[in-house]
Design a binder for this molecule. Structure first.
Ligand code: TUI
Length: 348
């Protein structure tokens, strides 16, 4: 950093256009594989990521992903139809492998030849062959390099390495450690997830070896996301210490915003004489309650990056702004970055 007398002389960020220009596109193995324009995938949030949200992200150049979660098969098929009516661009559907209907959803996606299948909360080994035979690109979420290697051997096209900063069901490792560890372990492309909500995060993920990012929480507050306003407001006002992990004891840790539901879950979980039915009834329908507006008694899944989400806007605005910022930062040398970083809070 240059100094003049007692004053720092800040290097300027290179100028960046907004919306970004075509030549600023970041082409990677992931954009080529998935047929998308920017290396941004929308995380599949159960009961949140429906056909309308996914179509908006795909239309804006990223990959929109419908979350099958544990919803009825008819709902999943309906949402795919809605998305297809709103965009002709590639679309993804996520299979939540802890769902008792996972095998049925898996068969539906092969039958409909959905372009991209992502998976979460388990190993999809049993389904990969059928999806590949149907022409689907298969992109499992992994929380360890061991699972990433197994997925590569089983024929996965890429993996999403999701750190425990993420919202919803999580593993143990942080994004900062998991992404480079998975990049060392496999040759297929790695997509980073967990703790990423803006251009800074995208560029950081690329320096760790990722070729795309997946973001969930950043898309929770956009116009095309159908969750209640009350849920969106909780995300917008969240501070960095406002998320908590419940369910560690049961082996199914889930990160969400602190509220009455989370406090009750933590109390019940720490009770050695716990009646499992009581916890089960607390969890039953908890995600849906939050999505519909009961922000105290519902499970408000969100990642730690909720504290970096400050606006509603729409999918196109989020994607264009994020790409412009990432490109602007990437064009800086380290000295200029260090100087510019003296303006805390300006790098959004
Ligand atoms: O799947 C997610 N996030 C989710 S799924 C979900 S729905 C739900 N509802 C109630 C209770 C629990 C879940 C909400 N959020 N993220 C992807 C993810 N997958 N993160 C971590 C993992 C993961 C963890 C361990 C994947 C595989 C794994 O191990 C499998 C193995 O065989 O080693």
């Amino acid at each position: 950093m240059a100094r003049t007398g007692n004053k720092r002389v800040f290097a300027q960020y290179p100028a960046s256009s907004f919306p970004f220009e075509k030549e600023q596109d970041m082409r990677t193995r992931v954009t080529e594989l998935l047929g998308i324009e920017v290396p941004i995938i929308q995380g599949a949030m159960a009961w949140v990521a429906d056909g309308r949200l996914a179509a908006a992200v795909s239309e804006a150049g990223g990959l929109g992903v419908i979350a099958a979660g544990s919803a009825p098969i008819a709902w999943v098929e309906e949402q795919i139809g809605i998305a297809r009516s709103l965009t002709t661009k590639p679309l993804g559907v996520n299979v939540m492998l802890m769902s008792p209907q996972a095998a049925e959803v898996a068969a539906l996606l092969a039958r409909l030849r959905v372009e991209v299948v992502t998976t979460g909360a388990g190993s999809p080994s049993a389904f990969i062959e059928d999806w590949k035979a149907a022409g689907c690109k298969v992109v499992p979420v992994v929380a360890s390099s061991a699972l990433a290697k197994r997925m590569e051997r089983a024929g996965a096209d890429a993996v999403i390495a999701e750190g425990c900063e993420a919202g919803g069901h999580i593993g143990e490792l942080t994004t900062m450690v998991l992404v480079p560890a998975v990049c060392e372990a496999v040759s297929i492309p790695v997509i980073a997830a967990g703790g990423i909500a803006d251009g800074r995060g995208l560029l950081a993920a690329f320096t760790l070896g990722a070729e795309a990012v997946q973001m969930g929480t950043r898309f929770l507050t956009i116009e095309e996301c159908g969750i209640s306003d009350a849920y969106k407001e909780r995300v917008l006002v969240a501070k960095d210490s406002d998320t908590v992990v419940t369910g560690r004891g049961s082996g199914h840790p889930v990160r969400g915003l602190k509220n009455a539901f989370a406090r009750k879950a933590r109390v019940l979980e720490s009770d050695p004489s716990l009646d499992p039915d009581e916890l089960e009834s607390l969890y039953a329908g908890s995600l849906r309650r939050a999505v519909q507006g009961d922000v105290e008694n519902g499970s408000l899944m969100a990642g730690q990056v909720a504290c970096l989400v400050h606006e509603r806007k729409d999918a196109r605005h989020v994607i264009e702004g994020l790409m412009a910022k990432a490109q602007q930062l990437a064009a800086c040398d380290l000295d200029a970055l260090a100087d510019a970083n003296a303006f805390h809070g300006q790098a959004y």
